[in-house]
Design a binder for this molecule. Sequence first.
Ligand code: SF4
Length: 502
Amino acid sequence: MDDLAASLPDFVYSHGAMQNFHAYGDRKDYPHLSDEQWQNINWDTFQDCFTCDRRQRCGQTLSREHYRHSGDLIICSHDYYMEHVWTYEGRKREGQLPLLPEHSAVIFDEGHLLESAAMKALSYKMKHVVFEELILRLLQGEIRESLAVLIDESIVQSERMFKALGKHSRAIEGSDRKEIILSEGLLREVHRFRDVLTAIEEELVFEGELYSLNDYQLRIVEEHIEMMQKALMLFERSEALICWVTDSPEGLTLSIMPRTVKEVLQERVFGANIPIVFSSATLSVEGSFRYVADSLGIEKFLSFSVVSPYDYAEQMEALAPRWNIAEGFAGKMKEAIKLLQRSEGRALILFKSKDELMQFKERISEESEVAGMTFYFEGDQEISYLISAFQRDEASVLCAVSLWEGLDVPGSSLSNVIIWSMPFPPHDPVFIAKRSEAETPFEEVDLPYMLLRFRQGIGRLIRTREDKGIVAILGEEMQSDASVLTHVLSVLPEGVTLQQNA
Ligand code: SF4
């Protein structure tokens, strides 16, 4: 961390004027950092940049400014685009520039992911330490005693509320989102916190008239409290929402997400009267685009499909080896090692959760048969750096959780895709909510999600007409659940047959 701080440009620490500032601080500039280390130094949406005195020298601000001047084409993530959409009005109100410049068309590549990005961006997030830092700013001015007392009370009550959230939440396997168990006790703490916030809001109206507080600070605090009030009010009526908490070293974060984003997308994105193009190899289900259009609330659209240029029957070999399920993890590991030996590395192993990947990482180092192979693990370094290393080092193996889609490595470096587990969704609050709305949750939620991800995963293998290789499916369900096997067979590319005893 100290080395990194020392490597920042000099202007970050100096206070002089009239200097040349340049963009720095992109994740790619620090490829050797693990995801965990990056989390500690990365920009966090909770940071209050509006009142930060480092603002004009900060890597986050300068990088955004740098990309704003890009020519005709700007490439950003769905998350960033949605963040731009939802913060557009607010930023303009506060005298800030919107995150993205005006544009005349949008292409959503991997368009089937837009709904979840929109839900994520529309979520409210709260943290005790952030609230405390924010509300204490009011003490910097001359304030009346009654307000000072309320500020103290609100800090105590915020602490109590987050304590209650910690007590009434439970961890979920395969997800870092903890489920919140609603109870009268918890709702009572939330309600008490809201009451104190309301009292503070009333006091702030008087304070505003006395002009003893910095006007800008006052507005920021008022905006935050208003946002928190809105979120907590929704939390109390949580049937229309999906809520969860996540752990971090500075305490719990409460997230409150809407169940559906159709109306808001309609108003702010599709109503913009500009061409919007969705593209993806997995946008249609049996030739129809209705499923994705309905989930996004799109009524009118034009669509077309392009036939794959690849001869899958020739280029792809699909295997579902019968390994001994009774042996559990060790049995699966034995089979994976055989597969890795067969392609002499050159493999991508796809896991459905970080826990699975960590378990594999721990055990593979003890396996002498693959002692000479180089393994790259997602999270150890910046992802595009890992992908380039995997591509350059032909016989290496890349182990990942998030590369079921978007990975494009043509050539023999990727000749073997191993599906470690069937990519069913986790039992986290988002999917619990989706299932609760379905008549047949497995068929309507779990299966389509798994099949979509599976199709994306096997799609990593053949990227050019010259590519050849194997796809090996190690998921237990391939042996234990005949319906899963049938569905998997139905989504294999045309001409590809599944060898089950290889
Ligand atoms: S502007 Fe300030 S608070 Fe915001 S990321 Fe930069 S240094 Fe942090």
